[in-house]
Design a protein around this ligand. Sequence first.
Ligand code: AMP
Ligand code: MG
Length: 416
Amino acid sequence: MSSSKPSSAAPLTRVVSFEEARHLVEQHAARVQLRDVETVELLASPGRVLAEAIVADRDFPPFARATRDGYAVRAADLAQVPARLEVLGEVKAGDWPEPDKCSVGRGQAVGIMTGAPLPSGADAVVMVEYTAATGGIVEIQRGVKSGENFVPRGAEARAGQLLLDRGRRLDHAGIAIAASVGKGHVQVFRRPRVAVLSTGDEVVEVDATPGPAQIRNSNSYSLAAQVQDAGGEAVRLAIAPDERGRLRELIEEGLGCDLLLLTGGVSMGKYDLVEQVLGELKAEFYFTGAEIQPGRPVVFGSCSKKYFFGLPGNPVSTMVTFELFARPMIEALAGMTPQSLIFLRAQLKSEIRTKTGLKRFLPAVLSGEFENAEVELARWQGSGDIAALARANCYVVIPPDRERIEAGEWVPLLMR
Ligand code: AMP
Ligand code: MG
């Protein structure tokens, strides 16, 4: 049995609404210092955050680019159709139609392929489907408007124009842009190191054989995965027992990282010591609870110039509070431009009855296909039920004033 005693260092209680809690985190996240920079190969950059702006090295497209296979023409020549035009030659992708050798005059056309430069004189491309060529003449069945079926030079971006700003997290689309301007390497921010500290006398490491009243430390692993997904590097610390001295040592170790995430020990129990120990370390608390379920006891503050979150130990609470509050802070520490949290919507499959007072994020299964998104709560045994969460693929978000939501209503969702 532990001999811990209550302490006077416990912080004042400050329980705020979900929105206020989220905004408090966002306000603090907006203040974090930008990180060190490193250069990585483009292929190693997905998920990394740009530390440099990427600008167009030339006009995009660099030439008026045909978007169809067919004939480059003067639209005015097709005012009356069918029309017969003299074929001067052909431009395929990669060819450069020198204006003195290949220029479309009145009554003339040039065969052209998708991706090829539009020859001078032409102002449209007519699709090959509407043409029939024989012996140097093409007969065209349909008219085109001037400007049709090609993209003018520089229409997508002008040389020197900003394409991706620093703070942008790279994905396949961003990488396509970097590649298109010739960047085989990009400058990215160093990933923030995020300490993950699980607490609890009952918690043992995954490779240990748990005693009859012990459980394995799943939170450190789920959190490490979430940290990585948010753009951070997880540093898993040893498990802290519900004992002040050792807990304090490990918290101090965790404060050596860029951010500290604790799980467990933030509820009202006699051995929930996290806030007390942080209080002894002169932490400042921005909130000590949010009106949400799961995850009401979540804590956010700073200590020794580092931010920390005390996430409730119940595994589903840990995962949900990470998504709602820790993720935007990690993204900011990773150098990302802040993103607001947006819920999607789906149609509820079966009625929900709940209690008012808390904003709820309940594990749910999104199904259906294409435009038909349906959602239904996962059956669960409460915030300790990891198996239910693994079956779920989203959370249904229920506002605090709703007691009953009928089947067929469009409800907000948080994907996971
Ligand atoms: P606490 O927030 O410390 O009151 O813990 C709430 C519940 O979460 C208890 O049932 C704990 O056993 C469980 N729990 C706490 N930490 C972990 C962890 N690291 N991994 C899995 N379950 C945990
Ligand atoms: Mg505990």
